[in-house]
Design a binder for this molecule. Structure first.
Ligand code: FAD
Ligand code: NAD
Length: 443
């Protein structure tokens, strides 16, 4: 009889692990339990369904349970794993549809339980009209509410707040973005935050920074947000104030967490318990610049974690090499891409760090339609080792950050960056690429 692999959680990390394991070792029995109604979807596309650019939520689905079944992977939606006994390798599953509990067993278990929104404990959050955005179910609720909504308040100017501010404006809503820190995207350095603030205001988003939200007013349906700076009228509130890994099941069964609060794994995505793996937003990664565990809850990372776990469970060699912390997002016409450490983070970590921040263009100055582009480089002195960087551009020019990410991955320096043979033609870059201009200035 083939060995049995059970996966808990059916989005990015879980389904990647399941599909890869079955492909690599067709003898394996592979079962996925997902407590929600949807599996294998790109949550990253949710803001673009809200904006109307993507017409239906279904478009975000990569594979349906039926498609998995055809590939020999059993997928059970609305099935929640409520308990695991690692001694006997058994699990207890609650079937929400039938309202019954049953037992299953595993030889290999993958915990891919993801993350959940962090909900601030403020009076009035339980009212109608207050939303979070994490899952397809959250997307469905927001899509239902949007046609009636006129004024939105978004708490948090992080990734979700910034992407959804654009979506809500595209749907014709008035939008106020309320950020506790002194700028949008506060985890990065201030120049990028200021560019974002200008872009948001240019597109009619009111940005309130350094604001303390105190309560949500309303009689069962939200009407306004009370803050330290005044009252914001709102018939729709989105809480986009960060996320936390779903580790309750892992902790209850004795899986060790790492210093970040997510599940500790080795490069093969194994946990401290025999036969138990973790993948996706519930698991830590190794940070190659910081040289320690780091929590990077992103979709591409979740897919790679899952693929690694699936390959290893199938009996083949794979390891996850770690992250440098690369991310990109769009706010109206600006694309913001960051990798590695901001100067603030680098200094906090004790690196003797400096930065340069330059403005250049995404094409030759004489090429029609070329637009401004900004580069930040963070580096160590006196070695010149690169620690991080950002590229802000009107469009795909921001993907230059990938060259920085590749250098960071290898421990590269300003000298290594200056030595790169980068692409050049007038529609795409000045003759000196903006990355090279920044590196020269840093030197
Ligand atoms: P999750 O997506 O959280 O899935 C975990 C699943 O496990 C859930 O469906 C949950 O119901 C299920 N589960 C939990 N406990 C149990 C249990 N006990 N039994 C059964 N099932 C259980 N990342 C990027 O890289 N780029 C982007 O542009 C990007 N944009 C995003 C935009 C939005 C709006 C959001 C919300 C996220 C975005 N992300 C992006 C992040 C990305 O979506 C996540 O990193 C990814 O979804 C993580 O996948 P996961 O499988 O680890 O976790
Ligand atoms: P986030 O951590 O990016 O941002 C949260 C923001 O909320 C921070 O700026 C924080 O200062 C602010 N905040 C916290 N408490 C607040 C309060 N009480 N009042 C006002 N502001 C407050 O988290 P998020 O935007 O919720 O996104 C969650 C995760 O989703 C991200 O960590 C990321 O992993 C993922 N995501 C990624 C992308 C992308 O890569 N393009 C896009 C969307 C989401």
């Amino acid at each position: 009889m083939g060995k049995r692999m059970v996966v808990v959680g059916g989005v990015a990390g879980g389904t990647s692990a399941a599909a890869k394991a079955k492909r690599e070792n067709p003898e394996l029995e592979v079962v996925v339990y997902e407590k929600g109604a949807w599996v294998s979807y790109g949550a990253c596309g949710l803001p673009y369904v809200l904006s109307g650019e993507i017409p239906r939520l279904e478009r975000l689905v990569a594979r349906t349970p039926e498609e998995f079944r055809k590939q020999g992977v059993e997928v059970h939606t609305q099935h929640e794993v409520v308990d695991v006994d690692p001694e006997s390798h058994t699990l207890t599953v609650f079937d929400h549809r039938e309202g019954r509990t049953f037992q299953d067993r595993y030889d290999y278990l993958v915990l891919a339980t993801g993350a959940r929104p962090l909900i601030p404990s403020l009076p009035g959050t339980e009212q109608e009209g207050v939303f979070t955005l994490r899952s397809m179910e959250d997307g469905e609720k927001l899509l239902q509410a949007l046609p009636r909504a006129k004024r939105a308040a978004i708490l948090g100017a992080g990734y979700i707040g910034l992407e959804v501010a654009e979506a809500f404006r595209k749907r014709g809503l008035e939008v106020t973005l309320l950020e506790a820190k002194d700028r949008p995207l506060p985890h990065w350095d201030e120049e990028v935050g200021h560019l974002l603030e200008q872009e948001l205001e240019r597109h009619g988003v009111e940005v309130w920074t350094g604001v303390r939200v105190e309560a949500f007013r309303g009689q069962g349906r939200v009407e306004a947000v009370e803050t330290s700076e005044g009252v914001v009228e709102a018939d729709l509130v989105l809480l986009a104030t960060g996320i936390r890994p779903n580790t309750a099941l892992a902790q209850a069964m004795g899986v060790a967490l790492g210093p970040t609060g997510a599940i500790a794994t080795d490069p093969r995505m194994r946990t401290n318990l025999e036969g138990v793996y973790a993948a996706g937003d519930v698991a830590e990664s190794f940070h190659r610049v910081l040289k320690r565990p780091y929590w990077l809850p992103l979709g591409d990372v979740a897919n790679k974690h899952g693929r690694t776990a699936g390959t290893v469970i199938a009996g083949k060699e794979a390891h996850f090499p770690g992250v440098v912390g690369t991310a990109i997002f769009k706010a109206f016409s600006l694309a913001v891409a960051t990798t590695g450490l901001s100067l603030e983070a680098a200094l906090k970590e004790g690196f003797p760090a400096r930065k340069v921040f330059i403005q250049s263009r995404d094409g030759a100055h004489y090429y029609p339609g070329s637009e401004p582009l900004w580069v930040e480089l963070v580096y160590e002195e006196p070695s010149g080792r690169l620690l991080g960087g950002a590229v802000v551009a009107k469009g795909h020019g921001a993907l230059r950050v990938d060259a920085l990410a590749a250098l960071l991955h290898q421990g590269g320096s300003l000298e290594d960056l200056l030595a790169l043979d980068l692409a050049y033609a007038p529609p795409f870059s000045p003759v000196w690429d903006p990355l090279l201009i920044a590196a020269q200035q840093a030197k």
